[in-house]
Design a protein around this ligand. Structure first.
Ligand SMILES: [Zn+2]
Length: 140
């Protein structure tokens, strides 16, 4: 359908449905592309309805809403894809960098771990516990 709607469309639709044609309405439809399209679509829908032996046609508004929702979800998913890719890349980069540092500087890191006072271990454990509990609380 056209984006610009003609104010006569509902009158035209009723006329096609119930044979309420007037001469001025016929005149308007012959000049208005939007109303001609309404006539074609309405007649087509009536033919389809007859062909389906009066089986109820699915609600167009509900179908349209469902299609729009699916399209919005598809677009949102597509928009999130580069962010997810960048996040995965960043995690790989961090793990790779940390692994390289650990590998190359292990003698320093090992010495540091062995000589760290006990309160540093306790602070690390408390931080990890807070992180885990915070994530759990955020997830609900
Ligand atoms: Zn019109």
């Amino acid at each position: 359908m056209n984006a610009s709607e003609c104010p006569h469309e509902s009158v035209v639709r009723r006329a096609v449905d119930g044979d309420g044609w007037t001469e001025s309405l016929r005149q308007h439809v012959s000049q208005c592309a939007s109303c001609r399209e309404v006539v074609q679509v309405t007649r087509f829908m009536k033919r389809v309805e007859r062909a389906m032996e009066r089986k109820p046609v699915p609600d167009a508004l509900a179908m349209w809403s469902r299609i729009q929702l699916a399209e919005r979800q598809r677009l949102a998913e597509r928009a999130r894809r580069p962010i997810r890719f960048a996040w995965t890349f960043a995690k790989c980069w961090f793990v790779g960098g940390a692994g390289l540092i650990f590998y190359r500087e292990w003698h320093l890191i090992g010495t540091l771990f062995l000589t760290m006072p006990i309160y540093v271990y306790m602070a690390i454990a408390a931080g990890a516990a807070i992180l885990v509990m915070g994530r759990r609380a955020l997830k609900g």
